[in-house]
Write a protein that binds this ligand. Structure first.
Ligand code: OGA
Ligand code: FE
Length: 271
């Protein structure tokens, strides 16, 4: 088992809530606040641990998954073909009664830098996509008619992350074992959209954090990453960050990946 040392960007001052505007902010208001600082941490190869990982403890699992999708950069194809595949996969792996796939991002540094529409760069900041508040808020926003009923039972937000092209050699995604994250490490970060306010967590440094990754992920491998759980006795917030892997060859092709966001509803009594 190989461990690499790599630097991750953590929030510098947990006392100051970062704010990011998703559009051009009003005159005199900065588009983003919050300073990040690099910490060098060990990132462990989790391939040998795959059988021991669980969504309820570490907050992440690796699974084999074949897809019929030909072009992940075609949002229509992704919605028509991949969303139903992901729904089925998440149901199988979690025992959920209902899975609602609602969003996705494709990432490739060179395409994003070339201005390719709707392609984003890897995120090199330690974060978690949802907070205590924004998890259930997403259900209310997306499924307003059913939300009250759905939120009576346990629910989670799970991201399904996979390479578009394998193996991933450059900028893999590191994941922080949810059991090693204290609530005080999770700092609310407001995302201001024109029509709504989002909330994610930025991560403040804590030497207890245990990071790992799956080296050389292939395109038939997916990572399920739990970004919210209504049950406080399970992994709730599994922070993650892209990083520069010191073992990746200098001429490695840029990482290409897709992550799909899913709302996951459990049967009554599963709490
Ligand atoms: C995610 C995420 C960043 C990346 O899947 O939620 O933050 O670089 N991904 O893939
Ligand atoms: Fe994320």
């Amino acid at each position: 088992m190989e461990t690499v040392n790599a630097s991750l960007n953590y929030l510098e001052d947990p006392a100051q809530r970062p704010v990011t505007y998703a559009y051009h902010p009003p005159e005199g208001v900065p588009a983003r606040t919050g300073r990040y600082t690099r910490f060098t941490v060990p990132i462990h190869d989790a391939r040998a641990l795959v059988a021991q990982l669980s969504l309820d403890k570490q907050g992440v699992v690796l699974a084999h998954h074949e897809t019929k999708v030909v072009n992940f950069y075609d949002p229509d194809e992704v919605r028509a073909k991949y969303y139903p595949e992901v729904e089925r996969l998440v149901k199988e792996l979690t025992g959920a009664v209902k899975v609602h796939v609602f969003d996705h991002n494709v990432r490739c540094k060179t395409m994003a830098k070339a201005g390719e529409k709707d392609v984003q760069e890897p995120v090199k900041v330690a974060h978690n996509d949802y907070t205590v508040k924004s998890g259930p808020q997403r259900v209310r926003d997306l499924l307003p008619d059913e939300a009250d009923e759905l939120l009576k039972n346990r629910f989670a937000v799970i991201n399904v992350w996979r390479p578009i092209r394998g193996p991933v050699e450059e900028n893999p995604l590191a994941v922080c074992d949810a059991q090693t994250i204290a609530q005080k490490d999770l700092v609310i970060h407001n995302l201001i959209y024109r029509d709504r306010m989002g909330e994610v967590y930025s991560l403040a440094f804590n030497p207890a954090h245990r990071w790992f990754y799956f080296p050389h992920m292939q395109k038939n491998e997916v990572m399920l990453l739990k970004c919210y759980d209504s049950d406080e006795h399970r992994a709730r917030f599994t922070a993650h960050s892209a990083f520069d892997d010191p073992t990746s060859p200098p001429d490695a092709p840029p990482r290409e990946s897709i992550e799909v966001r899913t709302l996951v509803f459990f049967p009554p009594g599963a709490e």
